[in-house]
Design a binder for this molecule. Structure first.
Ligand code: RIB
Ligand code: CA
Length: 313
Protein backbone atom coordinates (compact mmCIF):
# COMPACT_ATOMS: atom_id res chain seq x y z
CA UNK A 1 0.00 0.00 0.00
CA UNK A 2 1.64 3.26 -1.10
CA UNK A 3 1.91 5.68 1.81
CA UNK A 4 1.05 9.16 0.62
CA UNK A 5 4.16 11.18 1.24
CA UNK A 6 6.65 10.88 4.10
CA UNK A 7 5.37 8.41 6.62
CA UNK A 8 6.26 9.02 10.23
CA UNK A 9 6.87 6.44 12.86
CA UNK A 10 5.34 6.70 16.28
CA UNK A 11 7.83 6.58 19.11
CA UNK A 12 8.13 3.09 20.50
CA UNK A 13 6.66 4.49 23.71
CA UNK A 14 3.84 2.26 24.85
CA UNK A 15 0.83 4.01 26.35
CA UNK A 16 0.35 2.46 29.75
CA UNK A 17 -2.45 4.34 31.55
CA UNK A 18 -5.64 4.78 29.60
CA UNK A 19 -9.26 5.87 29.85
CA UNK A 20 -11.37 4.05 27.29
CA UNK A 21 -14.37 5.99 25.92
CA UNK A 22 -16.73 3.56 24.27
CA UNK A 23 -20.18 2.77 22.86
CA UNK A 24 -20.36 -1.04 23.19
CA UNK A 25 -21.11 -2.32 20.55
CA UNK A 26 -19.74 -5.68 19.50
CA UNK A 27 -16.33 -4.51 18.30
CA UNK A 28 -16.05 -2.26 21.36
CA UNK A 29 -16.69 -5.36 23.45
CA UNK A 30 -13.77 -7.20 21.85
CA UNK A 31 -11.62 -4.10 22.38
CA UNK A 32 -12.59 -4.02 26.08
CA UNK A 33 -11.75 -7.73 26.44
CA UNK A 34 -8.31 -7.03 24.96
CA UNK A 35 -7.67 -4.06 27.23
CA UNK A 36 -8.86 -5.90 30.35
CA UNK A 37 -6.52 -8.79 29.54
CA UNK A 38 -3.53 -6.72 28.43
CA UNK A 39 -0.49 -6.59 30.75
CA UNK A 40 0.59 -3.45 28.86
CA UNK A 41 -2.41 -1.28 29.69
CA UNK A 42 -3.64 0.05 33.01
CA UNK A 43 -7.28 0.98 32.57
CA UNK A 44 -7.92 4.05 34.72
CA UNK A 45 -11.57 3.87 33.77
CA UNK A 46 -14.17 3.35 31.10
CA UNK A 47 -16.50 6.14 30.01
CA UNK A 48 -19.64 5.32 28.05
CA UNK A 49 -21.28 7.25 25.26
CA UNK A 50 -24.32 6.66 23.11
CA UNK A 51 -23.75 5.72 19.49
CA UNK A 52 -24.07 2.08 18.48
CA UNK A 53 -26.97 1.88 20.93
CA UNK A 54 -28.60 4.16 23.50
CA UNK A 55 -26.45 5.39 26.38
CA UNK A 56 -28.42 3.17 28.77
CA UNK A 57 -27.65 0.14 26.58
CA UNK A 58 -23.97 0.95 25.99
CA UNK A 59 -23.52 1.58 29.70
CA UNK A 60 -25.30 -1.65 30.64
CA UNK A 61 -23.19 -3.53 28.10
CA UNK A 62 -19.98 -2.13 29.57
CA UNK A 63 -21.07 -2.93 33.13
CA UNK A 64 -22.17 -6.47 32.26
CA UNK A 65 -19.02 -7.23 30.26
CA UNK A 66 -16.60 -5.99 32.92
CA UNK A 67 -18.54 -7.78 35.67
CA UNK A 68 -18.61 -10.99 33.62
CA UNK A 69 -14.94 -11.22 32.67
CA UNK A 70 -13.17 -9.06 35.23
CA UNK A 71 -15.27 -8.98 38.39
CA UNK A 72 -13.30 -7.36 41.15
CA UNK A 73 -10.95 -5.57 38.77
CA UNK A 74 -12.23 -2.30 40.17
CA UNK A 75 -12.33 -0.44 36.84
CA UNK A 76 -14.66 2.53 37.27
CA UNK A 77 -17.32 2.98 34.59
CA UNK A 78 -18.55 6.57 34.23
CA UNK A 79 -21.64 7.45 32.24
CA UNK A 80 -21.37 10.02 29.46
CA UNK A 81 -23.40 11.58 26.72
CA UNK A 82 -26.86 10.39 25.74
CA UNK A 83 -26.79 12.57 22.61
CA UNK A 84 -24.23 14.28 20.38
CA UNK A 85 -23.40 17.97 20.45
CA UNK A 86 -26.43 18.47 18.20
CA UNK A 87 -29.39 16.23 17.43
CA UNK A 88 -29.43 12.59 18.48
CA UNK A 89 -27.48 9.39 17.85
CA UNK A 90 -28.80 7.19 15.05
CA UNK A 91 -27.61 3.86 16.57
CA UNK A 92 -26.49 0.77 14.63
CA UNK A 93 -28.61 -2.13 15.91
CA UNK A 94 -28.45 -3.74 12.47
CA UNK A 95 -24.75 -4.22 13.04
CA UNK A 96 -24.52 -4.82 16.78
CA UNK A 97 -27.81 -6.51 17.65
CA UNK A 98 -30.98 -5.48 19.44
CA UNK A 99 -29.33 -4.25 22.65
CA UNK A 100 -26.02 -3.28 21.05
CA UNK A 101 -24.30 -6.53 21.98
CA UNK A 102 -26.50 -9.33 20.69
CA UNK A 103 -25.43 -11.94 23.24
CA UNK A 104 -26.81 -12.73 26.68
CA UNK A 105 -24.80 -11.75 29.73
CA UNK A 106 -25.80 -11.92 33.38
CA UNK A 107 -27.17 -8.70 34.83
CA UNK A 108 -24.36 -6.49 36.08
CA UNK A 109 -23.71 -6.32 39.84
CA UNK A 110 -21.55 -3.26 39.26
CA UNK A 111 -22.89 0.29 39.51
CA UNK A 112 -21.63 3.21 37.45
CA UNK A 113 -19.07 5.58 38.96
CA UNK A 114 -20.67 8.55 40.78
CA UNK A 115 -18.90 11.08 38.54
CA UNK A 116 -20.12 11.52 35.00
CA UNK A 117 -17.80 10.81 32.06
CA UNK A 118 -16.69 14.43 31.59
CA UNK A 119 -15.83 14.92 35.27
CA UNK A 120 -14.10 11.54 35.30
CA UNK A 121 -11.99 12.25 32.22
CA UNK A 122 -10.97 15.67 33.55
CA UNK A 123 -10.19 14.41 37.06
CA UNK A 124 -8.05 11.52 35.86
CA UNK A 125 -6.14 13.65 33.36
CA UNK A 126 -5.44 16.43 35.86
CA UNK A 127 -4.43 13.95 38.55
CA UNK A 128 -1.62 12.63 36.34
CA UNK A 129 -0.64 15.28 33.81
CA UNK A 130 0.99 13.85 30.70
CA UNK A 131 0.48 10.24 31.78
CA UNK A 132 -3.08 9.44 30.78
CA UNK A 133 -4.07 8.63 27.21
CA UNK A 134 -7.64 8.33 25.97
CA UNK A 135 -8.68 5.53 23.64
CA UNK A 136 -11.87 6.78 21.96
CA UNK A 137 -13.98 4.07 20.38
CA UNK A 138 -17.26 5.90 19.84
CA UNK A 139 -18.55 9.35 18.93
CA UNK A 140 -16.24 11.99 20.41
CA UNK A 141 -18.94 13.75 22.41
CA UNK A 142 -17.51 12.98 25.88
CA UNK A 143 -13.93 13.75 24.89
CA UNK A 144 -14.83 17.08 23.29
CA UNK A 145 -16.89 18.05 26.32
CA UNK A 146 -14.02 17.19 28.68
CA UNK A 147 -11.71 19.46 26.64
CA UNK A 148 -14.21 22.29 26.19
CA UNK A 149 -12.86 25.49 27.78
CA UNK A 150 -10.28 23.43 29.72
CA UNK A 151 -6.79 24.16 28.33
CA UNK A 152 -5.18 22.48 31.32
CA UNK A 153 -7.07 19.28 30.55
CA UNK A 154 -5.87 19.44 26.93
CA UNK A 155 -2.36 19.91 28.26
CA UNK A 156 -2.72 16.97 30.64
CA UNK A 157 -3.98 14.32 28.20
CA UNK A 158 -0.92 12.72 26.57
CA UNK A 159 -2.68 11.43 23.46
CA UNK A 160 -6.08 10.52 22.10
CA UNK A 161 -6.20 7.32 20.05
CA UNK A 162 -9.36 7.68 17.98
CA UNK A 163 -11.12 4.92 16.10
CA UNK A 164 -12.83 7.03 13.49
CA UNK A 165 -12.74 8.64 10.11
CA UNK A 166 -12.25 7.59 6.52
CA UNK A 167 -9.52 9.75 4.99
CA UNK A 168 -8.41 8.09 1.75
CA UNK A 169 -11.25 5.55 1.55
CA UNK A 170 -15.06 5.68 1.41
CA UNK A 171 -17.11 5.87 4.58
CA UNK A 172 -19.37 3.23 6.12
CA UNK A 173 -22.37 5.46 6.85
CA UNK A 174 -22.26 7.58 3.71
CA UNK A 175 -19.72 7.50 0.87
CA UNK A 176 -17.84 10.20 2.78
CA UNK A 177 -18.26 9.46 6.49
CA UNK A 178 -17.39 6.85 9.09
CA UNK A 179 -19.95 6.21 11.86
CA UNK A 180 -18.18 7.65 14.94
CA UNK A 181 -17.35 10.90 13.18
CA UNK A 182 -20.68 11.11 11.37
CA UNK A 183 -22.60 10.75 14.65
CA UNK A 184 -20.96 13.86 16.14
CA UNK A 185 -18.89 15.79 13.59
CA UNK A 186 -18.91 18.92 15.77
CA UNK A 187 -17.22 17.13 18.65
CA UNK A 188 -14.78 15.45 16.27
CA UNK A 189 -13.78 18.86 14.88
CA UNK A 190 -13.26 20.13 18.42
CA UNK A 191 -11.04 17.18 19.36
CA UNK A 192 -8.95 17.32 16.17
CA UNK A 193 -8.53 21.07 16.67
CA UNK A 194 -7.78 20.90 20.41
CA UNK A 195 -4.03 20.57 19.96
CA UNK A 196 -4.00 17.29 21.88
CA UNK A 197 -1.94 14.74 19.89
CA UNK A 198 -4.35 12.43 18.09
CA UNK A 199 -3.71 9.11 16.37
CA UNK A 200 -6.56 8.65 13.93
CA UNK A 201 -7.32 5.00 13.18
CA UNK A 202 -9.95 5.08 10.47
CA UNK A 203 -11.47 2.81 7.90
CA UNK A 204 -8.27 3.31 5.90
CA UNK A 205 -6.78 0.62 8.14
CA UNK A 206 -9.71 -1.01 9.96
CA UNK A 207 -11.39 -2.17 6.76
CA UNK A 208 -8.27 -4.24 6.16
CA UNK A 209 -8.23 -5.74 9.66
CA UNK A 210 -10.91 -8.40 10.16
CA UNK A 211 -11.84 -11.82 11.55
CA UNK A 212 -13.37 -14.03 8.90
CA UNK A 213 -16.61 -16.00 9.00
CA UNK A 214 -14.73 -19.19 8.20
CA UNK A 215 -12.45 -18.62 11.19
CA UNK A 216 -14.91 -20.55 13.35
CA UNK A 217 -13.53 -22.13 16.51
CA UNK A 218 -10.07 -20.73 15.68
CA UNK A 219 -11.19 -17.14 16.34
CA UNK A 220 -10.26 -17.28 20.03
CA UNK A 221 -8.77 -20.29 21.77
CA UNK A 222 -9.11 -21.42 25.33
CA UNK A 223 -11.99 -21.78 27.77
CA UNK A 224 -11.80 -18.50 29.64
CA UNK A 225 -14.87 -16.28 29.87
CA UNK A 226 -13.05 -13.81 27.64
CA UNK A 227 -12.44 -16.35 24.86
CA UNK A 228 -15.94 -17.77 25.17
CA UNK A 229 -17.58 -14.33 25.08
CA UNK A 230 -15.43 -13.27 22.14
CA UNK A 231 -16.43 -16.37 20.18
CA UNK A 232 -20.12 -15.89 21.09
CA UNK A 233 -20.03 -12.30 19.89
CA UNK A 234 -18.47 -13.24 16.56
CA UNK A 235 -20.68 -16.30 16.04
CA UNK A 236 -23.82 -14.28 16.75
CA UNK A 237 -22.70 -11.43 14.54
CA UNK A 238 -22.12 -13.75 11.57
CA UNK A 239 -25.36 -15.64 12.30
CA UNK A 240 -27.41 -12.43 12.32
CA UNK A 241 -25.73 -11.03 9.19
CA UNK A 242 -25.78 -13.85 6.65
CA UNK A 243 -24.34 -11.64 3.94
CA UNK A 244 -21.28 -10.58 5.93
CA UNK A 245 -18.03 -12.49 5.50
CA UNK A 246 -15.74 -10.30 7.62
CA UNK A 247 -16.05 -8.82 11.13
CA UNK A 248 -14.05 -5.60 10.98
CA UNK A 249 -11.82 -5.10 14.01
CA UNK A 250 -12.35 -1.34 14.16
CA UNK A 251 -12.07 -0.81 17.91
CA UNK A 252 -9.77 -3.77 18.62
CA UNK A 253 -7.23 -2.22 16.23
CA UNK A 254 -7.27 1.01 18.25
CA UNK A 255 -6.41 -0.94 21.40
CA UNK A 256 -3.78 -2.99 19.57
CA UNK A 257 -2.20 0.24 18.28
CA UNK A 258 -2.20 1.72 21.79
CA UNK A 259 -0.21 -1.35 22.90
CA UNK A 260 2.04 -1.61 19.84
CA UNK A 261 2.17 1.69 17.93
CA UNK A 262 4.60 0.20 15.40
CA UNK A 263 1.65 -1.62 13.85
CA UNK A 264 0.69 1.54 12.02
CA UNK A 265 2.21 3.64 9.27
CA UNK A 266 1.22 7.20 10.04
CA UNK A 267 1.24 10.56 8.36
CA UNK A 268 1.00 13.86 10.22
CA UNK A 269 -1.83 16.20 9.26
CA UNK A 270 -4.33 18.79 10.24
CA UNK A 271 -7.77 17.13 10.07
CA UNK A 272 -11.03 19.01 9.59
CA UNK A 273 -14.48 17.46 9.65
CA UNK A 274 -17.36 18.53 7.43
CA UNK A 275 -20.32 19.16 9.74
CA UNK A 276 -23.21 19.85 7.40
CA UNK A 277 -24.79 18.80 4.14
CA UNK A 278 -24.23 15.69 2.07
CA UNK A 279 -20.60 15.35 3.11
CA UNK A 280 -21.36 15.54 6.84
CA UNK A 281 -18.74 13.57 8.79
CA UNK A 282 -16.12 13.62 6.05
CA UNK A 283 -12.59 13.79 7.50
CA UNK A 284 -10.34 15.99 5.38
CA UNK A 285 -6.58 15.72 5.97
CA UNK A 286 -4.11 18.46 5.07
CA UNK A 287 -0.83 16.57 5.25
CA UNK A 288 2.37 18.12 6.50
CA UNK A 289 2.47 19.39 10.02
CA UNK A 290 -0.40 19.09 12.51
CA UNK A 291 -1.54 17.41 15.75
CA UNK A 292 -3.14 14.39 14.05
CA UNK A 293 -1.25 11.28 12.98
CA UNK A 294 -3.41 9.61 10.31
CA UNK A 295 -3.04 5.83 10.02
CA UNK A 296 -2.62 4.94 6.36
CA UNK A 297 -0.94 1.56 6.73
CA UNK A 298 -1.21 -1.38 9.13
CA UNK A 299 0.58 -4.67 9.75
CA UNK A 300 -2.63 -6.69 9.48
CA UNK A 301 -1.15 -10.05 10.46
CA UNK A 302 0.45 -8.67 13.60
CA UNK A 303 -2.69 -6.73 14.53
CA UNK A 304 -4.94 -9.81 14.26
CA UNK A 305 -2.35 -11.81 16.20
CA UNK A 306 -2.51 -9.29 19.06
CA UNK A 307 -6.33 -9.34 19.06
CA UNK A 308 -6.42 -13.14 19.15
CA UNK A 309 -3.70 -13.44 21.77
CA UNK A 310 -5.32 -11.00 24.18
CA UNK A 311 -8.83 -12.45 23.95
CA UNK A 312 -7.82 -16.12 23.85
CA UNK A 313 -6.76 -17.88 27.06
O1 RIB B 1 -17.27 2.81 12.18
C1 RIB B 1 -16.93 1.87 13.14
C2 RIB B 1 -17.03 2.46 14.52
O2 RIB B 1 -18.38 2.88 14.78
C3 RIB B 1 -16.73 1.44 15.63
O3 RIB B 1 -16.22 2.11 16.73
C4 RIB B 1 -18.08 0.87 15.94
O4 RIB B 1 -18.14 0.33 17.25
C5 RIB B 1 -18.94 2.09 15.85
O5 RIB B 1 -18.84 2.79 17.08
CA1 CA C 1 -17.36 1.81 18.89
Amino acid sequence: MEVLGPAIELSAKHMQRVVIDTDPGTDDALALLMALNSPDLRIEGITTVGGNATLAETTNNALRLVDHVAAGCDVPIAVGAERPARGSFSHAYHVHGADGLGVDLPAARLAPHPADAVEFLRDRALAAPGRIAVIALGPLTNVAAALDGQPEVAQAISEIVVMGGAVEVPGNVTPHAEFNIYEDPWSANAVFGSGVPVTLIGLDVTHRTAMHRDGGPRWFEGTSRSAQLGNRILANSFRERADVQEFYLHDPLAVAAAIEPELLTLRRAQVAVVTDGGERGRTVASYGDGPVKVALGVDVGRAVEIVRKLISN
